[in-house]
Design a protein around this ligand. Structure first.
Ligand code: ATP
Ligand code: MG
Length: 476
C-alpha cells in the first residue's frame, strides 16, 4: 500500500488550465490512472452508463465520495455516488428512468433494475440548509410513532414557489469543499481514469486520518451528524480522527439532540451496519456522543450494574459484526431491544415497586422507555413492533404452560426472541438453563418436544392452571 501511495505522489501533476471538461483550480492534484489501481471495471455498470451518458452529452460528471475512497483502499464500496455539473432537470431529461427527489437540494435517482444510481449536481458554497442537502430521504415522511414529529416535518416543507435556489449549485471545486472529510472529497473521472484531489484527501488516506474540510467546529455546528460520520469512518476504516477534527466533538456532542429523530435513525442504522459496531460503540462513548443518542442506556452503563450492561451490549455488537462479516442480515429492532433492555428493567422495577404486577409493570415500562428513546431516534413503526415482540417473548419463553410454549414457538419473531434470550444468558443473566431448554426443544422431534413440555409442566405444577385461558396484558 505504502508503495502505491509513493508512486502516486511522484506522479501527481498540476492540471493544465482549461483541463477538459471543466477548468480545474490550480489547487487540485490530478493522479493519473498509471499511479493508482482503480479502473472502470471496479465501478458498477449502471454507474458507468450514467457517467458516460452525462459525459457524452457534454456535462462533466465524476464518481465521488465513498466509492472512490473505498476503491483506493481496496475495499468494496457500499454504493457509487455521482456528482455532475448538469442540473437536476438536465439529468432528468437525459434519463427516462430517473426521478428527482429532495426539496431544496434536489438529487436525481436513476433506476437500472434493482440498482439506483444517485446523481447530485455540484453544490455551491452558499447553501444553508445542510441537513436537507445531505438527507436523501428528505421528502419521505417516516412512519414513526410520533404524530408531532410527522406534523413538524410536514410543516417544515416549504412551498415550492418560495424556495430560493441562489447559490445552491456551484462548481466542482466548491462541491469538493462542501463535503465532510478530505477522504470523501476525491473525484474519479471515467474518461481517463484519473483521480482529482482538491483537499489533500490522498495524503490523509495514506496517513489513515479522518480530517474535516475547513474549520471543524463550524462544520459540526452546520451539521452535527458529521460527528457521527467521523466516528463511523474511523471505525470502519481503522483510521484515527485527526487531532483538530476530534478536539471539538465532546463540547458539541449535545448538538445531536437537535438533529431530527428520523435522520438520527438513518445514521444509527449505518453505525450498526458498519460491520465495526464494537469500535463504533467505543468511539461514541469516548467522544461523549453516546449519551446524546441513548441517554437512558448511558445512565444504566454508569449505574450499579454498569458492567453487566456493558457486557450485554458488547456481546451483542460482537455478534452483529460477526453476522455482517458472514453476509447475514441484521434486524435493527434487535439492536434497539438490546440497547434499551436495561433501561426497561430499571423502569419495570420502578413500577413493580409501585405495586403493579409484572405484566403491567412491563407494559408501562416499555411505553416510557420507547417514548423517551423515540424522541431521539424515531424508528419506523414495524421496527418498534418487532422490538416490543422481542421483549414480550422474554416473558413468554419463560412460561411453563404447554399452550404458552407452543404459542411462543409459533410467534413470527420467535427466532429473534430466542437469540435475545441466548444473549442474556451469555452476558451473565440467570437465564442459561431456560435458554438451554429452548435449544433442546428446537432440536427435538415432535414426540420429544411433547415429553420436554410435559416434564416442564409437571415440574412447575402448572398443569392445573393450563386450562384457564387468560389474556396477557402484554398482548396488543
Ligand atoms: P458510505 O456510502 O460508505 O457510507 P459515503 O462517504 O459514500 O460512505 P454517503 O452518505 O453515501 O457517504 O455520502 C456520499 C458523499 O457525500 C460523502 O462521501 C461526502 O462527500 C458527502 N456527504 C455526505 N454526507 C455529508 C455531510 N453530512 N456533510 C458533508 N458532506 C457529506
Ligand atoms: Mg456512499
Amino acid at each position: 500500500m505504502k508503495k502505491v501511495w509513493h508512486k502516486i505522489k511522484s506522479h501527481v501533476r498540476k492540471p493544465r488550465r482549461g483541463a477538459s471538461p471543466q477548468a480545474l483550480s490550480a489547487s487540485a492534484e490530478i493522479v493519473p490512472s498509471s499511479s493508482h489501481h482503480i479502473s472502470n471495471q471496479d465501478i458498477s455498470s449502471a454507474s458507468l452508463k450514467v457517467l458516460h451518458r452525462l459525459n457524452d452529452a457534454g456535462f462533466s460528471a465524476y464518481l465521488v465520495g465513498g466509492g472512490v475512497r473505498d476503491l483506493l483502499l481496496h475495499q468494496k464500496p457500499k454504493d457509487f455516488d455521482i456528482a455532475t455539473e448538469a442540473s437536476p432537470e438536465e439529468i432528468r431529461r437525459l434519463f427516462s428512468n430517473s426521478r428527482i427527489i429532495g426539496r431544496r437540494f434536489r438529487l436525481v435517482h436513476i433506476r437500472y433494475g434493482r440498482e439506483i444510481v444517485e446523481v447530485a449536481t455540484f453544490r455551491g458554497a452558499g447553501g444553508n440548509n445542510v441537513e436537507d442537502e445531505f438527507d436523501s430521504n428528505q421528502d419521505q415522511i417516516e412512519e414513526n410513532e410520533f404524530p408531532a414529529e410527522k406534523k413538524r416535518k410536514r410543516q417544515s416543507k416549504i412551498p415550492a414557489g418560495i424556495l430560493e435556489y441562489d447559490n445552491v449549485y456551484g462548481s466542482m471545486e466548491e462541491d469538493a469543499f462542501r463535503r465532510d472529510f478530505t477522504i470523501n472529497a476525491l473525484f474519479y473521472r471515467v474518461e481517463d481514469s484519473s483521480v482529482i484531489d482538491f483537499c489533500q484527501g490522498i495524503k490523509d488516506l495514506e496517513n489513515k486520518k479522518i480530517r474535516v474540510i475547513g474549520d471543524p467546529e463550524k462544520r459540526y455546528r452546520e451539521d452535527p451528524v458529521r460527528m457521527l460520520r467521523a466516528v463511523r469512518f474511523a471505525a470502519k476504516l481503522g483510521f484515527t480522527i485527526e487531532e483538530q477534527s476530534a478536539a471539538p466533538i465532546r463540547k458539541l456532542a449535545n448538538l445531536l439532540s437537535h438533529v431530527p429523530p428520523s435522520r438520527m435513525y438513518d445514521e444509527f442504522i449505518k453505525l450498526i451496519l458498519s460491520g465495526f459496531s464494537v469500535q463504533v460503540f467505543e468511539l461514541l462513548t469516548h467522544y461523549g456522543l453516546f449519551e446524546f443518542i441513548f441517554p437512558d442506556t448511558h445512565r444504566c452503563l454508569n449505574g450499579a450494574s454498569g458492567e453487566l450492561v456493558s457486557n450485554f451490549i458488547k456481546v451483542a455488537l460482537q455478534e452483529t459484526d460477526a453476522r455482517i462479516a458472514s453476509g447475514k442480515t441484521i434486524n435493527p429492532a434487535f439492536m434497539l431491544a438490546v440497547l434499551l433492555w436495561h433501561p426497561l428493567q430499571e423502569r419495570r422495577h420502578f413500577y413493580e415497586g409501585e405495586g403493579h404486577n409484572l405484566y403491567v409493570a412491563n407494559q408501562l415500562a416499555q411505553n416510557d422507555v420507547l417514548k423517551g428513546q423515540l424522541s431521539r431516534i424515531s424508528s419506523p413503526r414495524r421496527t418498534t413492533t418487532t422490538l416490543r415482540d422481542i421483549w414480550m417473548l422474554q416473558n413468554h419463553l419463560a412460561q411453563t404452560r404447554k399452550m404458552r410454549i407452543i404459542r411462543a414457538f409459533q410467534h413470527q419473531h420467535f427466532r429473534a426472541g430466542y437469540d435475545f434470550l441466548l444473549l442474556r444468558g451469555r452476558a451473565g443473566e440467570s437465564v442459561q438453563s431456560l435458554a438451554d431448554w429452548w435449544t433442546r426443544f428446537q432440536q427435538a422431534d415432535e414426540q420429544a418436544q411433547e415429553i420436554l413440555m410435559n416434564e416442564l409442566q409437571s415440574k412447575s405444577g402448572s398443569k392445573k392452571r393450563g386450562s384457564r385461558r387468560r389474556r396477557s396484558p402484554l398482548k396488543k
